[in-house]
Design a protein around this ligand. Structure first.
Ligand code: PHE
Length: 450
C-alpha cells in the first residue's frame, strides 16, 4: 500500500512497551474486575469460566491478531482502515461497515461503562469513610438509589475520558498506563492473598473451577462469548485503532498472546479476590452488578488499614476503567479527526456529550427507570450491554475474521506478520478462516433458534 492512502497521522506509540501497555490498559477494565466475576456468578461458575477461556483462545486471540494487522497496515481509524485494506486487497469498500458498527458499539458501551465507573469513583470515598461493619447489599442499593449521585459521578468520568482522548495518543494514554497498570496488578494480588487467608477459599475454587454443565444453555455460550469479546476489547475497532499506532517492528502474534494472557489473568485474580469473601460472609454469588462493590467493601471494612487500602483499590479500578474508556472513544474521534470533519478536541467533546446523554438512561435504570424495560426482560443498561456485547462485538469480530481469513491480500498479511513462527501462522490462519467465524455463527444460531 502506498503512503498516500494514509489519510492523516494521529501519531504513534513511543517505545516497544507502549502498545502492549495501552492494549492491556484497554483490555483490563471493569469487564475483568466488575463484569467477569458477577457474570460467572450469575451463570453458575466453573462451566462459564471454562467456556469463556475457550472463547478467548479459539476466537479472541485470532481476532486480536487480525485487528492489529488491519490497523497497522493502514495506519488509520477503523472505518478507513477497513476501507483501504479492502481496496488494496481488491475487495469491496462495503467492509467499512465493520468500522461503523464498531463506532456504534463503542458509543453504546461507553454510555453504561461510564455509569459503572462513576460508581467506582463514588466507592473511593465510601471505602475511606466506612470501617468496622460488614458491607451489605443494602448499602449498595442505597448508593445506586440516587439518580443525582450516579449522574454526577458519570459526568465526572465522561469529562476525564474526553480530556485524555483530546490530548492525543502520545501524551495522554501512553504515559499513564505505564505506572498504573502494574500497581493495579500488585493490589489485585494482595487482595487475592487477603481473601484466601480470610475467606472461604475452597468453596471459591470449587465454584470457579469445577464446571457443572447441567445448567449450561445456549445463553451461557452467548454470554461467555460476549464477555470474551468485551474483555479483550475486540470486535469494535479499539484494538484496530491502537494497532494503527504500533511500530512496524513489533511482533503482532507474541504481543497478542501477552495482552490476552494478562487480561485473563486479571479476570481470574478478580474472581479469586471476590468469591472467597462472598462465601465466607454467606452472600449470594449470583447477586449481579453489585458483587464487587459489596464483597470488596466488606473485606476492606474488616481489615486493618482498610480505610487506606480500600480507597486505593477503587482508585486503581477507576484508572483501569479510564484506560479502557479512552479506547472506546478513540475510534470515533480518530475518524472524525482524520476526515477533517472536526478537530480531535472538538470531536472528543461532541461525541462524549452525546454518550453522556445516552448514559443518563443507564444511570436511571438503577432507580427511577428500574421497572422500565427497553427490551423484553432488560432494563436500559442491560439492553445497552446486551446489544453491544452479545450482538455487535461478536458480529464485528466475525466479519473481521472472515475478511482477514478469506479476503485480505496474503502478501499484506505476511508483511505484517513478519517472520513469526510459520507453524503458528498456519494455526492462526486455520482459526481465523474457520474456527472463529463458525463458532460465532454457531453460538448466534443456537441463541436464536436453540
Ligand atoms: N475491555 C474493557 C473491559 O474489560 C472494555 C472495552 C470493551 C474496552 C470494548 C474497549 C472496547 O473493561
Amino acid at each position: 500500500m502506498d503512503k498516500l492512502s494514509k489519510l492523516k497521522s494521529h501519531g504513534a506509540w513511543v517505545g516497544r512497551w507502549t502498545f502492549i501497555l495501552a492494549a492491556t490498559g484497554s483490555a483490563v477494565g471493569l469487564g475483568n474486575i466488575w463484569g467477569f466475576p458477577y457474570k460467572a456468578g450469575t451463570n453458575g461458575g466453573g462451566a462459564f469460566v471454562l467456556i469463556y477461556l475457550l472463547c478467548i483462545l479459539a476466537i479472541g486471540i485470532p481476532i486480536m491478531i487480525s485487528e492489529i494487522i488491519i490497523g497497522r497496515r493502514s495506519g488509520n481509524s477503523p472505518i478507513n482502515a477497513m476501507r483501504l485494506v479492502a481496496r488494496d486487497s481488491n475487495s469491496s469498500s462495503g467492509w467499512q461497515i465493520v468500522g461503523w458498527s464498531g463506532i456504534l458499539a463503542g458509543i453504546l458501551i461507553l454510555s453504561f461503562y461510564s455509569v459503572i465507573a462513576g460508581i467506582c469513583f463514588n466507592y473511593i470515598f465510601i471505602a475511606a469513610s466506612s470501617t468496622g461493619s460488614i458491607s451489605s447489599p443494602d448499602q449498595f442499593a442505597e448508593v445506586i438509589s440516587s439518580p443525582i449521585n450516579l449522574i454526577l459521578w458519570h459526568t465526572l468520568f465522561m469529562i476525564l475520558t474526553a480530556l485524555i482522548v483530546s490530548a492525543g495518543v502520545k501524551n495522554g494514554i501512553g504515559r499513564m498506563v505505564k505506572i498504573l497498570m502494574p500497581l493495579l496488578g500488585f493490589i489485585m494480588i494482595f487482595m487475592v492473598f487477603y481473601s484466601v487467608l480470610n475467606g472461604d477459599f475452597n468453596k471459591a475454587m470449587k465454584f470457579l473451577f469445577e464446571p457443572d454443565f447441567s445448567n449450561v444453555t445456549s445463553d451461557t455460550f452467548l454470554q461467555a462469548m460476549g464477555q470474551a469479546f468485551f474483555s479483550l476489547s475486540l470486535g469494535m475497532g479499539s484494538i484496530m485503532a491502537y494497532g494503527a499506532y504500533m511500530p512496524k517492528d513489533q511482533k503482532v502474534v507474541n504481543t497478542s498472546f501477552t495482552v490476552a494472557s494478562l487480561d485473563s489473568l486479571v479476570a481470574i485474580l478478580a474472581g479469586l479476590a471476590i468469591f472467597p469473601i462472598i462465601f465466607a460472609f454467606n452472600l449470594e454469588p449470583n447477586s449481579g452488578p453489585g458483587l464487587v462493590f459489596v464483597s470488596m467493601l466488606s473485606a476492606f471494612n474488616q481489615m486493618e488499614f482498610g480505610f487506606v487500602i480500600g480507597p486505593l483499590f477503587f482508585i486503581l479500578l477507576s484508572i483501569a476503567a479510564l484506560s479502557s474508556s479512552i479506547s472506546l472513544l478513540e475510534p470515533g474521534v480518530a475518524f472524525l479527526a482524520e476526515e477533517d470533519i472536526l478537530s480531535r478536541k472538538r470531536a472528543a467533546e461532541i461525541l462524549s456529550f452525546f454518550i453522556w446523554i445516552l448514559g443518563l438512561g443507564s444511570a436511571l435504570s438503577f432507580n427511577l427507570w428500574a421497572d422500565f424495560n427497553l427490551m423484553p426482560g432488560r432494563n436500559f443498561l442491560d439492553s445497552m450491554d446486551f446489544l453491544a456485547n452479545q450482538i455487535l462485538l461478536p458480529f464485528g469480530g466475525m466479519l473481521i475474521a472472515i475478511f482477514v481469513g478469506w479476503f485480505m491480500n496474503k502478501n499484506l498479511i505476511s508483511d505484517e506478520l513478519g517472520n513469526a513462527n510459520p507453524l503458528l501462522i498456519r494455526i492462526w490462519r486455520f482459526f481465523v478462516k474457520f474456527i472463529a467465524p463458525l463458532s460465532v455463527a454457531l453460538i448466534f444460531y443456537n441463541a436464536i433458534f436453540g
